[in-house]
Design a protein around this ligand. Structure first.
Ligand code: HEM
Length: 507
């Protein structure tokens, strides 16, 4: 009796699911993909996906099913994509901007990644604004100060002459730098602890089945969920204190201008040379006005992205340079030539180091996948492929699937990692060849493209160069320890850490 009822329920649910997704199915008939079971879809493909096997499995999947595919799980249509031509049409579209960051909802809802469509343009341009010309000089100075602290920490490790995990030293330095950039102040110890705890929870949750959505997380991991909410509250409490302090200062300045207050009644804010994101978000002239909760979400978004992505990029750069002595030597020569009398560097002149970073980002894009959730149908065509051929003069460009439509509701996952290792587009794609970015630079996709691409691209490059320059010139990076074993826990990482050894250079 129980079995029969279960079977009938299953059949009914499958039939409902089939009719519900009929329209989407009709649009993607031309695409290949794994076998779809009634109701469950291709659940078996995701069931055993783990951070450690993500790259082997996703590569095998692409080889088997192609670079534009469909993968059903219940009523959800996932579309893993590693075809540059179609990826460009998706990412460059002005209409299809939703990203769908369900996992991070509690922490980031209301920020640029998850805000309403109507608010997105304002938020994106405000963030981009803090990295514009006038602010870049003071931000570079901030990076330089952080580089000195990082160098001191690394000097301790160099003295010990042992292999260590670079992430443990690099990530806290990048975190503090990001918080200073966004909030204008160094994080308190408690803030730093809460931030680390929270990112670790989210990294654990990533690709784990029990926390695939908010409901399953609530049911399966109530304690972890409680801790997560507590840590978010802790971070936002500190953000709100900063907001209060800035508001008070703004009010006092207005009163001062109106002549209702004298200078000695003003409580000075801690010294800061750059314009922080918080200041920009608190400016009184925004329409619509940004709520305090959204300001917190914006600070959280930038801190989270900047911390994880830049830490990953810097760690991969360090271990890669250590494993390529000729590259290290050429960086060192460039740094010696470009050093100023005050021992700093004009990072604009470090063209080879920039190429090294770009090649690192090509092979190890910190954000491996860029997502788009379609809220309306998206027609695609072969026309762009001719434009593509014309623009890039690449005979290998092709339209894999011809004309068609990606249906409303599809969740598209563009695989930057695979696209940037495509042998047909990048000569000796799996080899580290920084020169390719000096000769005729290929397109770097690691910051994505189109209207939603990373607003901090230029700043990230400046930050990475500023942090790397003193490390390479003060220490010899040694290829000791094991090579990184790639894994994916929110950002690209290594399951065995970033093993490195240093020895001081005597100049
Ligand atoms: C090496 C460092 C970095 C890399 C490789 C990187 C890469 C990316 C990528 C791939 C995206 C997704 C774009 C899309 O959905 O199409 C993105 C978005 C974003 N990044 Fe970065 N990023 C880096 C550093 C930073 C830093 C330092 C910040 C700090 C402010 C930042 C802030 C953002 C924001 C706010 C977005 C969302 C933009 C939007 O959705 O409108 N990123 N980044």
């Amino acid at each position: 009796m129980i079995l029969t009822t279960t079977f009938l329920c299953f059949c009914l649910a499958s039939a409902i699911n089939y009719f519900r997704t009929r329209r989407q199915r009709s649009y993607i008939k031309n695409l290949g993909g794994p076998f779809t079971w009634p109701l469950l879809g291709a659940m078996h493909k995701l069931l055993f996906l783990k951070p450690q096997n993500f790259f082997q499995r996703s590569h095998a999947y692409l080889v088997k099913y192609g670079s534009v595919t469909r993968l059903w799980v219940f009523h959800r249509l996932f579309m893993p994509l590693a075809d540059l031509e179609l990826a460009k049409q998706v990412l460059q579209s002005e209409q299809h901007l939703e990203t769908g960051y369900e996992l991070m909802h509690h922490w980031l809802a209301g920020g640029v990644l998850m805000c309403e469509k109507e608010q997105w343009a304002q938020r994106h341009s405000l963030i981009r604004g803090i990295f514009e010309k006038g602010n870049m000089l003071p931000l570079t100075e901030l990076c330089r100060q952080q580089a000195v602290l990082l160098q001191l920490k690394l000097a301790d490790r160099a003295e010990q002459r042992e292999v260590f995990n670079a992430w443990e030293i690099v990530a806290p330095a990048v975190r503090d730098l990001m918080v200073q950039t966004t909030c204008g102040l160094r994080p308190s110890e408690e803030y730093a602890k809460a931030f680390n705890g929270l990112t670790e929870i989210y990294r654990k949750r990533f690709l784990s089945l029990q926390s695939v959505n908010r409901f399953s997380f609530w049911i399966s991991s109530p304690l972890m969920r409680r801790k997560q909410l507590k840590l978010i509250k802790r971070l936002n409490a500190e953000h709100k204190e900063h907001i209060e302090r800035f508001r008070k200062q703004q009010k006092q300045e207005e009163q001062l201008k109106a002549g209702n207050l004298s200078l000695d009644h003003i409580e000075p804010l801690p010294p800061q040379w750059h314009q922080s994101l918080l200041e920009v978000l608190l400016a009184p002239n925004h329409t619509p006005i940004i709520s305090d909760d959204d300001i917190c979400a914006e600070l959280n978004t930038c801190n989270y992205l900047g911390y994880l992505l830049c830490s990953s990029a810097l760690c991969f750069a360090l271990v890669t340079i250590a494993r390529h002595p000729a590259v290290q030597q050429r960086c060192l020569e460039e740094l010696r030539k470009a050093q100023r009398p005050d021992q700093s560097w004009d990072v604009q002149r470090l063209t080879y180091l920039e190429a090294v970073l770009m090649e690192t980002l090509r092979l190890y894009p910190p954000q491996v996948i860029v997502g788009r959730q379609l809220s309306e149908d998206m027609p695609y065509s072969e026309c762009n492929s001719f434009l593509f051929l014309f623009l890039f003069q690449s005979l290998t460009a092709h339209s894999v699937v011809g004309d068609g439509t990606l249906p409303f509701g599809a969740e598209i996952y563009v695989n930057l990692f695979e696209m940037q290792r495509d042998e047909e587009r990048y000569l000796h794609a799996s080899h580290f060849r920084a020169e390719r970015f000096l000769e005729s630079p290929p397109e770097l996709l690691s910051f994505s493209m189109g209207p939603r691409c990373c607003p901090a691209r230029q700043f990230s490059m400046v930050m990475l160069k500023t942090l790397l320059a003193p490390i390479i010139s003060s220490f010899e990076l040694l290829p000791h320890g094991d090579a990184p074993r790639l894994d994916l826990r929110l950002a690209l990482g290594s399951s065995n850490g970033f093993q490195l050894a240093l020895t001081p250079r005597f100049q």
